[in-house]
Design a protein around this ligand. Sequence first.
Ligand code: SF4
Length: 505
Amino acid sequence: MNAFSRRGACPALSKPMQTGDGLLVRLNPVAGGLAPKSLIGLGESALRHGNGIMEVTARGSLQIRGLTPESARLLAGEVDALGIAVRTGVPIETGPLAGLDPQEVADPRPLAESVRAAVDQAGLAQRLGPKVSVVVDGGGQLAMDAVTADVRLIAVRTGADVLWAVSVAGDNQSAIPLTAVDEDAARDIAVAALRMVAEKGREAHARDLSERQLASLASWHSVTPPSVLPDISPTRGEIALSSPLSPITTVALPPVEPIEVRGPAPELPISPLVGEMSGRTEGGAKERFPLTHSARSPVGVFDLATAGVALGIGLPFGSMPAEKLIDLIRQALALGTTEIRLAPGRALLFLGMPLSACPWLQNSATTLGFVTTPADPRTRIAACPGTPACASGQIVTRDIAETVASETADILDASLTLHISGCAKGCAHPGKAALTLVGDENGAGLVVDATAKALPAGYRPGYDAARGVSGVAAAIRKERLRGETAAACLARLGAAGIAEAYRQE
Ligand code: SF4
């Protein structure tokens, strides 16, 4: 039996994905968290077998890249040897503080487990594509609002009762609301929706369901389980899945509970929702540009009442050299950390430490280069690994991003989206951005209000790209009207004006 076929190996481990820099594996621990020593062990494996970079994705998965077929096999064996059980089958995701957060409306884990069991029993894992996912969100301080999913089950309080609001195909803002029901019904509707998706093939997602199918799911009541209708809609044109005001909607989702924020919670224009740095988005659904999203940052200290506190520390641009991560975890271990959870928004949550130890670990993390405040301008830039981590990279994305973050933080307001991409593949942010620096054979191109695949409006040598962004920043500072956002100012300058500022600095 090779390492890939061992019990506990997840599809990402058993089927590493080809990327621009070799093979990539993505894993999620079944337990939700990892013992500090296990994460240290994983870091050592990443150093031995990968490119030595550890990543935490926007959805809170751990990634190790730069693997070969042989080293990926060795890594899978070491994950087994570390006793890390990794998630298999259809991703049924709960929030990173599930079961610990006193602000939760309900503990989502029992429902998640029941959906998992029903999905297994129905044999759906083999029939659904790997990117089909379910979110079961109990609410609280770190809700899963920004995470897209095919099916969303969100706990809502109605008087003394808790219901589960069911929606499909999107994140908290874009998903189509269906109904609000009790836990058993929520499980049944989720499984019925997944069956419908499975019947459309392994490439399908909930966004492909017809209005008739969605109406069937929405009309569920406690006696009649939802029928798994075939899709008989004659054309895709009749399916208005993108509209949250779909006529099939029978029950509006309750408004999102206001999230308690200690200190300013800045808009995060890119970080929480951007695509993964793997050449494809994780979770499958097309990522929506999150200009107005105000998801709570996972960075900071979270009060868990009797469970103590959780300290959230972010990885800049979602990645860190394994040595630095190991260093941080060793210090966290010495300070009393007993568990580390992966959090959506490219962060780690350290549990078990006393509150008094948090500033110590935060200081160490800051020194090591981690993100320790939600206001860190690096959270406003999407940057893939680029050169030298990725063989396809043509520019040193992370260095450019670090320079831009330190020199032009003042223009990185909530309106502006900046994407720095090693090549036209655009792994870190598949959608449009106000400004994209993209590496190609001509250097660092500047794309205005489009994706990394678009034709650049101007070029600079790759080593000099950050200076070009400084030129654009200077133009914004000079031309911006009182009260005008950076994005609005850029729109006024136009692509030609922006390209000129980029080239001439
Ligand atoms: S976009 Fe970045 S990570 Fe993706 S293939 Fe290109 S250089 Fe590599």
